[in-house]
Design a protein around this ligand. Structure first.
Ligand code: ITT
Length: 182
């Protein structure tokens, strides 16, 4: 059994699908996130804060959308930015900007048998011109490379094949196997 600490249902559902065969428990809580320049730093600091509060073994995931033309904004501030201005706000900021390139990154930080483990996944893509499809967060405005121009929102569960979280979670699965955890 391993706990996934997150307040985000979308993240948990994706982890449940991808970590097939793992006894996953949703530790549904919000934790204080430090301000830092990268998701990696946020994830490491959060992991250290949660040690002692959550029972070993557990993991958390910190992710963000980095838009090239906006110098990487919203990056580690993606959660706050989504709550404040949403997809519509990002589309507004991107009005008249031709360079739509962006990437999503996911960092998983785990504490297992007293050891820290870090794995990451990144997917490049572009910001769509409008919102398409369902999903959560910025899903309707992100078109991952290699998906024929569909957004994460339009891909449904096929999102996992392309997504930053899919990549990171599949790497994490390999680590769990190597540790003979599953
Ligand atoms: P927890 O910290 O409780 O896990 P959170 O939503 O605050 O939940 P983050 O701090 O990692 O998580 O914020 C990342 C934000 O980036 C998230 O809230 C979304 O707005 C956006 N995001 C990350 N991955 C995404 C994805 O796969 N699809 C859509 N939006 C995503």
């Amino acid at each position: 059994m391993i706990r996934f600490v997150t307040s985000n249902r979308g993240k948990f559902e994706e982890a449940k699908r991808i970590l097939n065969g793992v006894d996953l428990v949703w530790e549904r809580m919000e934790y204080r996130e430090v301000q830092a320049d990268t998701n990696r730093e946020v994830a490491i600091q959060s992991l250290r804060e949660l040690k002692g509060m959550v029972k070993d073994p557990f993991f958390l995931e910190d992710s963000g959308l980095y838009i090239d033309a906006l110098n990487g904004f919203p990056g580690p501030y993606s959660s706050y930015t989504f709550k404040k201005i949403g997809c519509k706000g990002i589309l507004k900021l991107m009005e008249d900007i031709e360079d739509r390139r962006a990437y999503f990154t996911s960092v998983i930080a785990a504490f297992i048998d007293g050891k820290e483990i870090l794995v990451e996944g990144t997917v490049r893509g572009r910001i769509a011109e409008g919102e398409r499809g369902g999903g959560w967060g910025f899903d309707p405005i992100f078109e991952p490379d290699g998906a024929g121009g569909l957004t994460f929102g339009e891909l449904g569960e096929r999102k996992d094949l392309f997504s930053h979280r899919g990549l990171a979670l599949r790497r994490f699965l390999r680590v769990l196997r190597d540790l003979k955890y599953i």
